[in-house]
Design a protein around this ligand. Structure first.
Ligand code: 4NP
Length: 164
């Protein structure tokens, strides 16, 4: 069983999309029972909200239903998840800090591995992050979703040799 948490800043654009894409991919590959997938945000501003309408529209065009309700990353996530994947360097910086805080306050260090989703891209050479589309146009949302699809395929291929 792989427990995977996708994290972005607000948990209404990129990480709920990665959550939805990864769920669909694991179902298509017949390995959904081997995965527990969730997403969360560094910030709490959008707690309880559905993904941004622009990302839901983009998702619908690609055949996804993005219906996650936003939540903030919490201390327990560093205990429960095997992999925590951020979208950009800012997310990775914040996640490293949160993980250090967890480790400082707990008898057992967090076993969660912190990874950047962009490291699993295969069709976008040189792209180092999944850029935040929130203040951008619809084409920025489309680009973010294309990156997320590419990287989630790379992630599942990386993990699949270990799957039953
Ligand atoms: P996300 O995008 O991190 O991909 O969910 C954002 C959503 C909201 C905000 C920033 C980024 N915001 O500043 O409210």
């Amino acid at each position: 069983m792989y427990k995977i948490l996708f994290v972005c800043l607000g948990n209404i654009c990129r990480s709920p999309a990665a959550d939805g894409v990864m769920r669909k991919l694991t179902e298509q590959c017949g390995v959904s029972e081997c995965f527990e997938i969730d997403s969360a945000g560094i910030g709490s501003w959008h707690t309880g909200q559905l993904p941004d309408r622009r990302m839901r529209q983009c998702g619908a065009l690609h055949g996804y239903v993005f219906d996650h309700r936003a939540r903030q990353v919490k201390s327990l996530d560093f205990e429960c998840f095997d992999y925590i994947l951020g979208m950009d360097e800012d997310n990775m910086f914040d996640l490293r800090q949160l993980k250090s805080q967890y480790d400082a306050g707990n008898a057992h260090a967090s076993k969660a591995k912190l990874l950047c989703l962009a490291d699993f891209l295969r069709r976008h050479p040189g792209q180092k992050s999944i850029p935040d589309p929130y203040y951008g146009s619809q084409s920025d949302f489309e680009f973010a979703l294309q990156l997320i699809e590419d990287a989630c395929e790379g992630l599942i291929d990386t993990l699949s040799p270990e799957l039953p």
